[in-house]
Design a binder for this molecule. Structure first.
Ligand SMILES: [Zn+2]
Length: 141
């Protein structure tokens, strides 16, 4: 049983097939990223329900990690409450630079750019660890 006349079938394969072949790889990678983000969000939600914290370091070791409080700090900063943002994480203004550094480091193909981004990321990590140690010593839990 023929569903489509041969001419129409041929015409459709000439017009739709190239478009589908062009769009499909992009759609496939978008779906992979979406599935990964969905899995991460689901994992964070389940971790919050089970352990009361989304931080694996705090859940396993009982102490906050260098990034703990950053989400709350960024939320308060976005609302314009910078005092509260500094309370939750004093390095919240550096968060966009950290994200940009990771993006540049992972996306750049030029060795000098990658090396520079890597050095900046290392320096930022050093600052985060130093502040983390200071906050832990000051009794932060
Ligand atoms: Zn944490």
């Amino acid at each position: 049983m023929k569903l489509l006349p041969v001419n129409l079938k041929h015409a459709l394969s000439k017009t739709i097939k190239p478009v589908l072949l062009k769009v499909y790889p992009k759609l496939k990678s978008f779906l992979r990223v979406f599935a990964l983000l969905f899995a991460i969000c689901t994992g964070l939600f389940v971790a919050t329900l089970l352990f009361g914290s989304i931080c694996p370091v705090k859940t396993i070791f009982g102490i906050p990690c260098p990034g703990c409080g950053m989400t709350r700090a960024l939320i308060f900063a976005a609302r314009g409450n910078f005092e509260r943002a500094f309370y939750y994480h004093p390095l919240f203004p550096l968060a966009p630079f950290l994200v940009a550094g990771v993006a540049v480091y992972s996306l750049s193909k030029k060795p000098p750019v990658k090396k520079c981004a890597g050095a900046i990321l290392l320096a930022l990590c050093g600052v985060f660890v130093a502040v983390w140690i200071y906050r832990l010593a000051a009794g932060w839990r």
